[in-house]
Structures are given as structure tokens and as C-alpha cells.
Design a protein around this ligand. Sequence first.
Ligand code: ADP
Length: 457
Amino acid sequence: MQSTLTKLFVSWCLLMLAVPVAFFWFRPGIVPDHEFEVFAKLLLLVGLAVAAGLTFTYTISKRWVKRTATLQRFADALPAGEADLPDGGPEELQSLAKAMRAMASRVRQVVDRANLELSRRETILACMAEGVLAVDNNLKVNFCNEAFASAFNARTPVVEGRNLYEVVREPVLRDILERVVKTGTPERDLFRLPSAAGRWFEARALPLGNKLIRGAVIALHDVTDIERQEQVRKDFVADVSHELRTPLTAIRGYAETLLDGGLEDGANNRKFVETILSHSIRLANIASDLLVISELDSNAGPVAPSEKVPIMEVIESACNTVEGAAAAKRVRIVRDDCLPCAVLGYRFRLEQVIVNLLDNAVKFNKNDGEILIECGPAPDGKVRVSVSDTGIGVPSEELKRIFERFYRVDKSRSRAAGGTGLGLPIVKELVERMNGTVTVESTLGRGTKFTILLESA
Ligand code: ADP
């Protein structure tokens, strides 16, 4: 702008000089010889006109230059500039300044909104449980949230522009991101990642940007627990089918034997029917234990201590239940060391716990053995109930596994005794639901002691 004005000014000066020079050049007669005075006056007039023009043009151009410089500074400072555009300056530039002021306010609004949106998204992505990572078309990391970085033990914060392989060394992730960047097609996959402690992830990858510069974003959802539950469920179904098959096969086999002439076999027919009976008892036991397990799994059972239960009454009732089985093995049940006290619990479930423990204490006892039941107050406002037997005991390396579903130290012995492998898991689950704990001590060949701690009422 300044240079245009200067050029205008110089052109104007030259024009002002050129007019009188041309006039005298082509009309020399107007200046007679020696009449220099007229010529000098004319020249002076021209000089004055030039000086006036110069001053005028300089003043005007200075105002324009000053104002346009202000406008330029204002425009340069956008959108961050806080300064306002003051009024004033040439009239022609005032409407431009007004338009720029309105534009600046709109630009600031748009930028503020964009910044707010950006920080909102970053906060949401940062606190998401899902791992999120974005890469550009060269597989350089644009964004990586905390969850993603911690799943792969990457150092946080992940610096923008780092190569993907420096953050994650998983070929499966590289492949999926490469494919999405190349084809622009969203992808979904489920995989187990060794570098993320072998956890299972469901990944969803989407393209980012346009065809020319296409990046990709991947979101990882940790499904390890779901996968584990699914595996537990599959194992459980397999175990149940296996457990049911054994008695069912035996029942079917013996029934067929009876029909194929076994009924007439006076020496063995009673034995066949007894075997069918014992296997059907086992089936009934499995069915009832499975019912309890499924009730517990579906959270239908008691979740918190709900009533005051006199422990002596529960022990009495449980003893009555196993009395017959104990008598058959001449096992003596001693409960002289029981002090009357009450616990916070659920009566029916508590009785089931004691019955399961007594049932095992009979099953795995020796003939003429003994079962000792003790109960009484324990420290920290608890009540201790223990069931000890003089049975076969449990090898120490097996102790930590006997609370697992379907786990039995000696499968054939347990089955022969009508066991299901679900008694102790039910005990543990029920006791824990009553805010209690169950522990076991055992000496092989000498006996086992289960101790329950429950909240005193
Ligand atoms: P089961 O129906 O076989 O008794 P449990 O879950 O009650 O199933 O017990 C699991 C296993 O723990 C039993 O098969 C047995 O090997 C062992 N066990 C439980 N209680 C005793 C005990 N009092 N003495 C010896 N072994 C026991």
C-alpha cells in the first residue's frame, strides 16, 4: 500500500513538472528574451503547487499506511489476539475495519468452540476404560490414551509422532491398522495379546481422514473376564455332562442286564437293583447340588447376613440328617464342646454348610471313627464352628484345590460314596455370602478339620 502511494505521489510530481516544461518547450515565444522574471514566477508557482501536492499526498498516505498497518496487526493476531480494533482512520477503511471486527468475533467463537470440543473429546478418550490409539497414514501415533498405554506397558504420555512399533510390538495390531489405512474399510477382530499379559481384546478399527491422507483409529475392549467366564461355563457344562454320564450309563447297563435275564438270576438280581439305586441317589445328589450352584451363580441366594441364627439348633438339625450314614459306619459324633451362641446368617443355608461338612466327615472317615464338633466365640466379634474327623485326611498339596468345583482327591472313592465334587464349593460360596471364612487343616491318614468363622449376632 505504501509503495503504491509513493508511486502515485512520484507520478503526480512528474506530471506537475512536465506540464510547464512541455508548455515552454513547445511555446517558447511566450517567454521573450530576457524576460526571465515571468519565467521564474511561473516556475515558482509550479514549485509551490508541487510542494502543496506533496504535503497533501504525504498526509493522506500516512493515515492510510498507519491504518492498514493496524488492520494487518489485528488480522495477524487472529484468532488468539485479544486486542480490539480502535475506531478512526480513513472513511474507506472504516467499513473494512467493521467487517474485520465482526469476522474476528466469529472466528474467536468458532475457535473457542473447537477448543472446547477438542478438550472434551480428549478428556473422554483419556478416561475411557477402552484403549484407544490413532495413527496417521505412515503409522505414526497421533493419539494414545492411558488405558491403551497401560495395557501394553508403554511409557505415558505417548509422544505424538512416535512409530507405532515403538509403542506396541504386536503384529496382529500392526496388520489390522495397516489394512484399515490401506483399504479404508472398518475391521473388527478378537485376539489374545501376549504383550498385554495374555489378555483377550475385542478390537474395532476405523479409518480416519480422507482418501489422500488416511489414518486409522483402533479401540480395544478388554474381554478377558468375559472370555474366562465363558471358558468356566464351558468347562462346567462339560464337567456336568461327564458327571451325569457315569451314573446314567450304570443305571442303563444294569437295567438292561436285568431285562436280559438278570431278573431271573437269583444270586445277583438284588445286587443289580442296589447298584441302580445307589447311582440314582448319586444322580439326585448331583441334581440338588447343581440346583444350589445355579441358584448361587444367578445371585438368587442370600447375599448378606439376614437373621440371628442359634448355632446349636443348626448343628442339632444337621447331626440328625447325617445320623443314619454315621451309624452305618459306626462313626461317633461328639458335640460336647459346643457353647451356645448365635450368628448372623441364613438358617437354611447354614444348615446346608454343616450338613456338607458332616457328610464328608462321615464319608471320608474310618469305620468306628469319630467326628468332633466345636463352636464358641472367637476374637473380633466372630463365632467359630469347626468339624474335625479321624478320617483319611487330604494330602497337603491337594488342600488348596478341594474347594474347586468337581475337584476330588480320589474320584472313585468319592463317587462310590455318592459324592458330587460340589459339596465344598457350595460350603465356601455360602459361608462367604454370609461374610464368613472357611479354612481347612489336614494330616494324611489322621484326619481333617474344617473351621468356619461367622459374624456373631
Ligand atoms: P464330594 O462330593 O466328593 O465329597 P466335596 O466338594 O465335598 O465333594 O469334597 C471334595 C473332595 O475333598 C472330596 O472328594 C475329598 O477328596 C476331599 N474331602 C472333603 N472333605 C474331606 C474330609 N473330611 N476328609 C478327607 N477328604 C475330604
